[in-house]
Design a protein around this ligand. Structure first.
Ligand SMILES: [Fe+2]
Length: 174
């Protein structure tokens, strides 16, 4: 914004103007790079009074305008749902599933007044439930387990990956 670039995730006001501007940037990136683009839903810790829609409506508005894909991070949805008191299933149910190109799962850290997307714990059951619903709606979709800190043994990480496979088999058939 105004010549300043952030390399971290920043909250945005969910307005039609912001959606149009974001979509324009995505189209510009895609046209310059000449590759398909997918955009990821963030975990957020602040909301704006100026917002005109929910986050999933904003995401939908952006990807429809940009005609791009979605990287659906169900842990981010869970983190934001707890920080902002909404039903995470509403989010998963309402994004355009045909645009989902990849799904992210991860663990997070719980603090007294908020949840932080730290990628340093096992995936919790409510996030697995969101994953199961997402896979049910999208069909088999590439899934990435994000684990960036306090990395456990290979067996534990591999166990989480196998668990994801079991949900896929259960929801959409082996
Ligand atoms: Fe992610």
């Amino acid at each position: 914004m105004d010549g300043t670039y952030s390399h971290d995730l920043l909250p945005m006001p969910y307005t039609f103007e912001a959606a149009a501007k974001t979509a324009q940037k995505i189209r510009a990136a895609r046209d310059f790079l000449e590759v398909p683009i997918v955009v990821e839903n963030v975990s957020s810790y602040a909301e704006f009074h100026a917002s005109e829609m929910t986050e999933w409506e904003f995401l939908t508005e952006v990807v429809e305008r940009a005609d791009c894909g979605i990287l659906l991070d169900v842990n981010n949805i869970y983190v934001s749902s707890r920080n902002h008191s909404f039903d995470p299933l509403d989010y998963v149910n309402h994004v355009p599933h045909e645009r989902v190109a990849q799904v992210h799962i991860a663990g997070h850290s719980k603090f007294e007044r908020y949840i932080l997307d730290t990628h340093d714990h096992p995936v919790i059951d409510p996030v697995w439930a969101l994953y199961a619903r997402a896979i049910e709606l999208t069909g088999p979709t590439a899934t990435l387990l994000e684990w960036d800190d306090h990395i456990p043994s290979f067996d534990e990480v591999h166990g989480e990956a196998l668990k994801a496979n079991r949900y896929v088999a259960e929801k959409v058939g082996a």
